[in-house]
Design a protein around this ligand. Structure first.
Ligand code: PEP
Ligand code: MN
Length: 337
């Protein structure tokens, strides 16, 4: 339920709403906007209480029952688009953000070469997996702590924000010191204990869409992060369908749906959706046209010898060319990279 206070409602009136919610053992989150306060009443069972319970209190302008099962991520709760600061790079504004880098950190040389190239071509955040969620336990699992150290080193020598995937809450302390944006992967989208831990960490989260998650479930996962005090960037990366000519089916409708129903920024990962480097540019161009706030793209200095996701990684010239095309599309929409 969303309780919208009157413009100029007193602190006492706001606290009366909070106390009443607490008397029903509901959670509460306050959103103090520039000219009015909105109180979100949280709990899976708010339907047991009538909206009148809050509507009768002085200073309450309206009470809306949220039909959608997500609250904090909704536009009703926060009408203006949220901006997320990633180590000084703002995601969600007019300027689009390109995040690029290797699927996995393989060596200092590989990471530095890739970062230097993608940054020179217009990327503003570098990606690189240290702990990799591989389908088979016999595949390359990432360099682990060593990979994280290499990312932290790059971040300080290049003064660039970096992102990497967190697979388990035990990695949190080390990752908070090393990266600017914690990526929660598709396979962990509904790992609720991890989401809570990431939400409490003070670092923003890049929340990938689960392979078989609806947009609503994905926004509910975002609510876990927001309810724990986190900031969220949504990332569409393709879903499992009957179609097998691409690795996953890139559901670009979700970009429009999120823009309509949520205040959260949304970016697109064309690499994992496509599964093939030849398809990546087309999906990337479409994502910008659909209104995404940015992209995350896998790039490797020598894709043929990459230790993970080699087929979908772009080489340097392809990435450079793609950035030029994306720039042109962004301009048509009144945006830029
Ligand atoms: C990745 O970004 O390398 C990755 C594993 O992504 P996803 O969780 O979307 O599969
Ligand atoms: Mn990958």
């Amino acid at each position: 339920m969303i309780v919208e206070m009157d413009r100029g409602a007193s602190e006492e009136q706001i606290q009366a709403v909070v106390s009443r919610a607490e008397s029903y053992h509901f959670g509460v989150q306050l959103n103090r906007g520039t000219d009015k306060v909105v109180v979100a009443i949280l709990g899976g069972d708010t339907s047991r209480v009538s909206t009148e319970v809050f509507a009768v209190l002085p200073g309450v302008a309206s009470v809306t029952r949220i039909m959608r099962p997500y609250k904090l991520a909704s536009r009703e709760f926060h009408s203006r688009p949220s901006l997320v600061d990633v180590g000084g790079v703002v995601v969600g504004g007019e300027r689009l953000v390109m995040i690029a880098g290797p699927c996995a950190v393989e060596s200092r040389e590989q990471l530095e070469q890739t970062a230097d190239y993608v940054l020179s071509a217009g990327a503003r955040i570098v990606r690189g997996g240290a702990y990799k969620p591989r389908t088979s336990p016999f595949s390359f699992q990432g360099l682990g702590d060593e990979g994280l150290d290499l990312l932290a080193e790059l971040r300080s020598t290049r003064r660039v924000p970096v992102t990497s995937e967190i697979m388990d809450a035990y990695q949190l302390d080390a990752m908070v010191d090393a990266v600017d944006l914690l990526q929660v992967g598709a396979r962990n989208m509904q790992n609720f204990t991890l989401l809570r831990a990431v939400g409490q960490s003070g670092k923003p989260c890049l929340l990938k869409r689960g392979l078989a998650a609806t947009v609503t479930e994905w926004l509910q996962a975002a609510d876990y992060l927001l309810a724990s005090g986190g900031q969220v960037i949504m990332c569409e990366r393709g879903i499992r369908t009957f179609e097998d000519s691409t690795r996953f089916t890139l559901d670009l409708s979700s970009v429009a749906v999120i823009k309509q129903n949520s205040h959260l920024p949304v970016i697109v990962d064309p690499s994992h959706a496509a599964g093939h480097h030849r398809l990546v540019p087309s999906l990337a161009r479409a994502a910008v046209a659909a209104g995404a706030d940015g992209l995350i793209v896998e790039v490797h200095p020598d894709p043929q010898n990459a230790l993970s996701d080699s087929l979908q990684s772009l080489d340097f010239p392809s990435f450079g060319h793609l950035m030029q095309e994306l720039d042109a599309i962004a301009k048509v929409l009144g945006r830029s990279f």
